[in-house]
Every structure is written in structure tokens, then in C-alpha cells.
Ligand binder design. Structure first.
Ligand SMILES: Cc1ncc(COP(=O)(O)O)c(C=O)c1O
Length: 401
């Protein structure tokens, strides 16, 4: 991984300042701004872009999304909603997704006039309807469907299997009349988010194609019903393995235009909720190398921070790009071990076997004790997904370039 000069300088400065516990996240949100600009230019104008803040809820990312004029924020909890509001979004820019929304969260959402609530089950629909009836208000909803199909090549799948997300496609047709009969809910359309981390544009377009077909089937089965809004989730992939297979927004945009035309859906609104694609390359996790030793012929690099700071690589079993920044640190003793052109283990100080910063052995050209290990593409699902309290180690600060 090549790290830009200004990022490297900042990493050295922060480490040398002594103001961190030797591990930190560095964020530079310029790539996010550029991506949002590109998406707005290239996608059909009927596609509304929401930022899925679960990828990184730091204020810097929310403000970047705000300044880039995204349509709004996709939240998955009341806590995320509060953060989005603090960053400057308004309640009518929030859409609320995710299974297991509590009655308190639903009440909060309705009382504050959230734009749309995405229904994940029949219980949730009834619960929400009762809240709306008690308050004497109407609420716009999308209904989330767990599709029968599976997306190839995804890093995480939310479809094609028994799932806590949404209502099974097979059951949906039977249950929809019950939802439509709920007097305080306005059915606006569908939400189908099948997979995350998809690099093949064609696979993600297949999701769109199938969702459009489902919308047509629903409308054919229910006289007068229209899916005005179709949300096909996030899922744009990030090339963590740096194989050069970046997600092509150009192809996606062109094909989506064609698909919309083919289905005669020019009068519909579409929603995408992007997280990873917007933020992954805006973040680096940096941590000092404390120890290097050989165990059964393989070098073990031990860093100050471990997967309590950066759990994602192990959670998804995918290595992130790793760079070692040299520091010329004074040796602890003459003859201490170092790494030279070899495959190594790298992990932190936790007393469990899953504390790895790279789930698979990873190539390191050169590393010495005191050098800085930098994991790239760490701007999405980094700190927020990590179990920072384990073993009471210090939390890594988040530093903005
Ligand atoms: C409902 C919903 N929308 C959007 C996202 C963001 O997905 P991604 O980061 O792959 O773009 C997720 C991720 O889990 C999600 O569950």
C-alpha cells in the first residue's frame, strides 16, 4: 500500500507527539467528498444518496456528508439519529432501518417526524401503527424484503437464507395486505439490501433487476398499489486485497440508467445507503510495533493495539493492506529480532487467539521494533465495530488530518 506523503507526515507527527497511547485512527475525509461528487454526477438523478453512518459515525464523516449535500442519513438506532442531528442534519433527512427497533425508538422516530421508517417484520409494523394511532399521525414506511436470491462474491450477505433482516420474499405477498390495512402507515415502497462488499457491478445490478421485478409483481397483485420508492441498500465493494478490481461507478451508473428505462421506472425514486464505499479509504489504523519474535519458524509481530481497536479484519476474515513506517528507534538490545522480506503474523496484546490485525499471514518487507504498522482502508467499520473495553487497554483516539 502506498501512503500519500501528507498522510505519512501526519502519522509520524502524531506518534512523535506522545499524545496517543501509541495507537490511533487517522481520518482524511477528502476521498469521501470526491466519491460523493462523482456519484452525484454519474448516477441517475432519481437516485437519492444516503450515508449509512454505521460505517463511521465520527462527526467528521457526518459533516462531510452534510457538506456534500447527501439526501440524508441512514440510521440504525436512536443513538445514531442523535449524532446525525448534532452534526447538522434534520429529522426529515433520516431514514431508520434495522431489525429489533425498540418501542422507545419507534416513538422517538414518529414524534420527531423521521422521513421514513423501514419495517423489518409484521410485529414492527403493528407496533409502529399503534404508536402513530395514539399520536394521531401518519408515517411513511418502506417494507424490507429478505430476497430469495443470493449475491455472488459479496463479503457479507443479507439474503438467500433464513434472516433477521426484513420479511421473506415468499411470505411478503401474503403479509402485505395486513401491512396495507394498518391505517396510520403509508406504504411507500420496498427496501431490499442483499449484500455488502460487492466488487462485481453486474452482481449488484442483478439485485436491482430482481427488486424491480418484485415491485412489478407486487403492483400486479395489488390493484392501485405503487412502489414509489425503491431502496436497494448499499453494498458497493472495496478492494481490500488491492487486486485492482475496484467497483466501477461508471458501469453501474450506465447500466442503472438502462434498467430504469427498461422497466419504465422513470417516475420512481431510488435510494442507496452507502457506508463502506464512501469511507473505507478515508481512514488508517496506526499502531507501534512493541515486539518481534520467532515462533515455530514464523515471525510474530506484536503491536500496542490489537483487534480490540480494529476488529473488522478478523470479523470478516479479510486482510487489509499493511505498511510499515520506519522510525529508526534505538534498539532494546543488540541482536534483537526484526522482519526482512517474509510472511508474518501480526497482532496485538490481547490474551486470545483471535487478536490478529491480519487474519491471514501477511507479507512484510521490513519491520523493526518501534516502527509504525499502518493498516489502510480502515475508515469503514473500524473503531465503531471494535470491542475497545476488553482488557482495559486505552482507547485509540481518532485524529482528523
Ligand atoms: C440497512 C443497511 N443499509 C446500508 C448499509 C451499508 O452498507 P455498506 O457499508 O456495504 O455500503 C448496511 C450495512 O450493514 C445496512 O445494514
Amino acid at each position: 500500500m502506498d501512503i500519500q506523503q501528507d498522510i505519512q507526515t501526519k502519522i509520524y507527527d502524531v506518534m512523535a507527539s506522545g499524545n496517543t497511547p501509541g495507537s490511533f485512527y487517522l481520518y482524511d475525509t477528502r476521498p469521501m467528498t470526491a466519491k460523493l461528487e462523482e456519484l452525484k454526477q454519474k448516477l441517475p438523478p432519481s437516485v437519492q444518496i444516503y450515508y449509512a453512518m454505521k460505517a463511521n459515525g465520527h462527526e467528521a464523516f457526518l459533516k462531510t456528508a452534510l457538506n456534500a449535500n447527501v439526501k440524508g442519513i441512514e440510521i440504525a438506532s436512536m443513538g445514531e439519529g442523535a449524532r446525525a442531528i448534532d452534526a447538522g442534519f434534520s429529522f426529515d433527512q433520516l431514514i431508520f432501518t434495522g431489525p429489533g427497533k425498540t418501542p422507545e425508538e419507534l416513538l422517538w422516530a414518529v414524534e420527531n417526524g423521521l422521513d421514513k421508517i423501514h419495517i423489518e417484520s409484521l410485529i414492527e409494523a403493528h407496533r409502529l401503527n399503534k404508536i402513530c394511532a395514539d399520536l394521531g399521525v401518519q408515517q411513511d414506511i418502506l417494507v424490507r424484503v429478505n430476497p430469495n436470491f443470493d449475491i455472488h462474491g459479496a463479503q457479507a450477505k443479507f439474503s438467500g437464507d433464513s434472516s433477521k433482516f426484513g420479511i421473506d420474499e415468499n411470505l411478503f405477498m401474503d403479509l402485505l395486505p395486513d401491512i396495507l390495512a394498518l391505517e396510520n402507515l403509508n406504504f411507500k415502497g420496498l427496501h431490499v439490501y442483499a449484500a455488502s462488499g460487492v466488487l462485481q457491478v453486474e452482481d449488484l445490478l442483478e439485485n436491482c433487476r430482481r427488486v424491480f421485478t418484485l415491485a412489478c409483481d407486487i403492483e400486479a397483485a395489488h390493484d392501485g398499489l405503487k412502489c414509489d420508492i425503491i431502496d436497494f441498500g448499499g453494498g458497493f465493494g472495496v478492494d481490500y486485497l488491492e487486486t485492482g478490481a475496484d467497483f466501477s461507478v461508471d458501469i453501474y451508473a450506465i447500466q442503472l440508467f438502462k434498467l430504469i428505462e427498461k422497466f419504465g421506472f422513470e417516475d420512481r425514486q431510488f435510494v442507496i445507503e452507502l457506508g463502506r464505499y464512501l469511507t473505507a479509504d478515508s481512514g488508517w489504523y496506526c499502531t507501534e510495533i512493541l515486539d518481534i519474535k520467532t515462533s515455530l519458524g514464523k515471525k510474530q509481530i506484536i503491536t500496542r493495539g490489537g483487534n480490540h481497536h480494529f476488529r473488522r479484519p478478523v470479523a470478516l476474515g479479510i486482510n487489509h493492506p499493511l505498511s510499515i513506517l520506519p522510525t529508526n528507534t534505538e534498539k532494546v538490545f543488540e541482536g534483537q529480532e526484526s522482519v526482512e522480506d517474509e510472511m508474518v503474523f501480526i497482532g496485538g496484546p490481547l490474551c486470545n487467539s483471535v487478536d490478529k490485525l491480519a487474519p491471514k499471514d501477511i507479507y512484510v518487507k521490513k519491520a523493526e521494533i518501534g516502527d509504525i504498522a499502518v493498516l489502510g482502508l480502515a475508515g469503514a467499520y473500524g473503531l465503531s465495530m471494535s470491542h475497545v473495553n476488553f482488557l482495559c487497554h486505552p482507547h485509540p483516539p481518532e485524529i482528523i488530518l
